[in-house]
Design a protein. Structure first.
Lengths: 342, 240
C-alpha cells in the first residue's frame, strides 16, 4: 500500500505526460507548419521568461529574497524605454502622442534599451538598500514590503503612463519577418529576443562560473555567514547581484515591450510567470530557470492552440495548464527540477 | 590591558533568541596556544562564532583583539582585522573547487600567505585543486578549511574541533601542521574534545561547562588526573 501511495502520483503524471506527448505528435503530423509556428511562439516566449526569471532567481539564490516587485521592474523598464523612444527619437510631445517621425533608427531602439536597463538596475538597487537590507532574513517582511512596492508602482505607472497598451518600436531598418521554411515569422521574436536570451544565458554562465564575482556569489549561495567570516563584504556582493537582477528585469521589459506590448497588468502577469519558472526550475538555479522557462513557454503556447478535442474547445482554460505543470513538477520534485534545500 | 595578550574576552554573553548560551566568559589568548575543552553542547562553537561575529542573535560583553573592540562589528571586518576561523564541520562551499576556495579567500595585504604557499603546505590539495570541495576526503577538507583561513593572513587562528571525524594518522599530520604554524607566529585558539590533540598543541587548557569557564588547567594537570578528565570531558581517561 505504501508503495502505491508513493508511486501513485508518479504513475498518474507519467500517463499524463505520455498522453500530452502523443497528442502533440498527432497535432504535429496533422499540420507541420502550424505546429512549428506554435513551437516557435513557445520558445520565443520562453526566451523572454528566461531573461525575467534569471534576474529573479539570481536574487533569490543569493539573498533568499523573493522580490515580489520584480514584475514592476519589468513593466517600468518597458515604460521607460517607450517614453525615452517617443520623446527622444520620434518627436513625441507626451507619452500618449507619437511624433510625426515614425522612422526609428538603430540608435532609437538601443539607446532607450540601455537607458531603461541601467535605470531599472539603479531602481532595484535603491529598493534593496532602502527597504530590504535591514530586513535581512525576514522573509515575510521582505515579501510584504516588495508587494507594497509593486502595488504603488502599478498605480503610479497607470497615473503617469495611462491605461492604453503601447509598444516599443524596433528599428525600422530591421525586417519585420523572416522566412522559415514555408512561413514567415516575426524577426524580432525569433532573432532578437531569442538571441538576447541565449547571449544573456551565456554571459551569466561565464559570470557565475569563471569570474571572481561569480565564485563569491556561489560561495554566498552555499554559506554566506562563512563567506563573510573570510573577510568578504557580503553586503557589497548582495548589492551587485541585486543590481544585475533588476537590470535583467528592466531589459526583459524592453524586449517584451517590443515583442508584445507595455500596458497595465503585465507587471503581475510577468511576476507570476517568473515565479512559476523558478518554482519549476528550482529557486536559485540558473539552468533551472532556463528549463523552467522553456517548459512554461511551450505549455502556454501549446495549450492556447491545441486544447481542442473534436468539438470541445478548452483553449479558454489554457491558462490552467501552467498550474498543472507546476503541480506536476512539484509532485515529483518538491524543490523544483534543480532545486536544493536552503 | 596586559601587553602581549592578543585576544581579551571579557564578560562575553551570547544568546540564541531567548536561550542564554554563554554566561560571561573571561579569558585571554597570548603568544602561547590555548585550548578550550569541554563536552558537546557546552557552548564552545557558539563562543567561536561569537568572537568572529557570525551566528548568535545577540552578543554582549567585550572581545578586544589587539586593542580593537570586536563585539558589534560585522564578521568581514573582524576577519580583516586578522582573525580567522576553521569552523566545526569545516563549512566548505559545496559548489566551489579547491582552487576557487583559495581564490575567494585570498586577500591582498602585507601577509605572507598565497595559494602557492598553501599548496606547498598541503601538497595533497595541490593534486586536487580542480576537485569540488565535496569530493575531498575528510582530511583534505580539513586542510582546505585551514588553508582557506590562512589566506586571510590571520594573527589568530581559531580552530573548532579540527580533529573531528579524521583518521588517527591524519590527526597526527594535522597536529604537526598546527605546531608548525604556531612556530611561524600564527597564534592558536583551539577548541577540542580530543585530549591528545589539545595537549599536543597547547599547554594551557580552559574547561568550558554550560557556557562558563569552569577551570583552567595545564597539560600536566589534565593528563595526570583521570578523574578530572572524566568529570570535565566525560571521556575515558587518556591511556599512556
Amino acid at each position: 500500500m505504501r508503495v502505491v501511495a508513493r508511486e501513485g502520483p508518479r504513475v498518474v503524471l507519467a500517463v499524463l505526460g505520455v498522453a500530452v506527448v502523443v497528442w502533440l505528435v498527432i497535432k504535429a503530423a496533422q499540420g507541420g507548419s502550424t505546429f512549428l509556428q506554435v513551437t516557435l511562439n513557445g520558445i520565443t516566449l520562453a526566451a523572454l521568461y528566461f531573461v525575467v526569471a534569471a534576474g529573479f532567481t539570481l536574487i533569490f539564490g543569493l539573498m533568499r529574497v523573493v522580490n515580489m516587485a520584480h514584475g514592476s521592474l519589468y513593466l517600468f523598464g518597458g515604460y521607460l524605454a517607450y517614453v525615452a523612444q517617443t520623446h527622444w527619437y520620434s518627436g513625441g510631445t507626451s507619452q500618449f502622442q507619437l511624433g510625426p517621425t515614425n522612422n526609428i533608427g538603430v540608435m532609437g531602439f538601443f539607446v532607450p534599451l540601455v537607458f531603461a536597463t541601467f535605470v531599472i538596475g539603479l531602481v532595484g538597487l535603491g529598493i534593496q538598500q532602502l527597504f530590504l537590507r535591514w530586513n535581512q532574513g525576514q522573509d515575510l517582511r521582505q515579501a510584504l514590503i516588495t508587494i507594497a512596492i509593486s502595488v504603488i508602482f502599478a498605480d503610479q505607472m497607470i497615473a503617469h503612463y495611462g491605461g492604453v497598451v503601447e509598444s516599443i518600436q524596433a528599428p525600422t531598418s530591421w525586417p519585420s519577418s523572416i522566412l522559415i521554411g514555408s512561413f514567415r515569422y516575426p524577426f524580432f521574436r525569433v532573432v532578437v529576443v531569442l538571441g538576447a536570451a541565449l547571449l544573456i544565458g551565456l554571459l551569466l554562465f561565464l559570470l557565475i562560473r569563471r569570474t571572481l564575482f561569480g565564485m563569491i556569489v556561489r560561495a554566498g549561495v552555499d554559506d554566506r555567514a562563512m563567506l563573510s567570516a573570510l573577510g568578504v563584504n557580503v553586503q557589497l556582493v548582495f548589492a551587485g547581484a541585486f543590481f544585475i537582477g533588476a537590470m535583467l528585469a528592466g531589459l526583459a521589459g524592453v524586449l517584451g515591450g517590443t515583442m508584445i506590448s507595455v500596458g497595465p497588468g503585465l507587471d503581475t502577469q510577468f511576476l507570476l510567470d517568473a515565479l512559476i519558472v523558478v518554482i519549476i526550475g528550482g529557486m536559485g538555479s540558473l539552468p533551472g530557470a532556463a528549463i523552467g522557462a522553456l517548459a512554461l513557454g511551450l505549455v502556454q503556447s501549446y495549450s492556447t492552440i491545441y486544447l481542442h478535442f473534436g468539438s470541445v474547445n478548452l483553449t479558454n482554460y489554457g491558462i490552467l495548464a501552467s498550474f498543472v505543470l507546476v503541480i506536476a513538477v512539484l509532485a515529483v520534485r518538491p524543490l523544483g527540477l534543480f532545486g536544493r534545500p536552503a | 590591558m596586559n601587553d602581549g595578550e592578543l585576544l581579551e574576552v571579557e564578560a562575553l554573553n551570547a544568546y540564541y533568541g531567548p536561550a542564554h548560551v554563554l554566561h560571561g566568559l573571561n579569558f585571554t589568548v597570548g603568544e602561547e596556544p590555548v585550548s578550550i575543552i569541554g563536552r558537546n553542547g557546552m557552548g564552545k562553537s557558539t563562543m567561536c562564532y561569537a568572537i568572529i561575529g557570525m551566528h548568535p542573535s545577540r552578543v554582549s560583553g567585550s572581545v578586544r583583539f589587539g586593542g580593537l573592540e570586536l563585539v558589534g562589528k560585522p564578521s568581514y571586518k573582524i576577519a580583516r582585522a586578522g582573525l580567522a576561523l576553521v569552523p566545526q564541520g569545516r563549512r566548505l562551499f559545496g559548489s566551489l573547487s579547491v582552487d576557487e576556495h583559495l581564490k575567494i579567500a585570498g586577500r591582498k595585504g602585507n601577509g605572507q600567505w598565497d595559494a602557492r604557499r598553501i599548496y606547498e603546505l598541503f601538497p595533497r590539495l595541490a593534486k586536487r585543486r580542480n576537485s569540488g570541495a565535496t569530493q575531498l576526503s575528510g582530511g583534505e577538507q580539513q586542510m582546505l578549511a585551514v588553508g582557506r583561513a590562512l589566506l586571510g593572513h590571520p594573527k589568530l587562528l581559531i580552530m573548532d574541533e579540527p580533529s573531528e571525524g579524521l583518521a588517527p594518522r591524519i590527526v597526527d599530520e594535522l597536529v604537526e601542521t598546527i605546531l608548525r604554524l604556531a612556530e611561524e607566529g600564527v597564534r592558536i585558539l583551539l577548541v577540542e574534545q580530543n585530549l591528545g590533540v589539545a595537549t599536543a598543541i597547547a599547554e594551557r587548557h580552559l574547561v568550558m561547562i554550560a557556557g562558563e569557564i569552569a577551570a583552567e588547567l595545564t597539560s600536566a594537570e589534565l593528563t595526570s588526573d583521570p578523574e578530572l578528565q572524566r568529570r570535565y570531558l566525560g571521556v575515558e581517561p587518556l591511556s599512556g
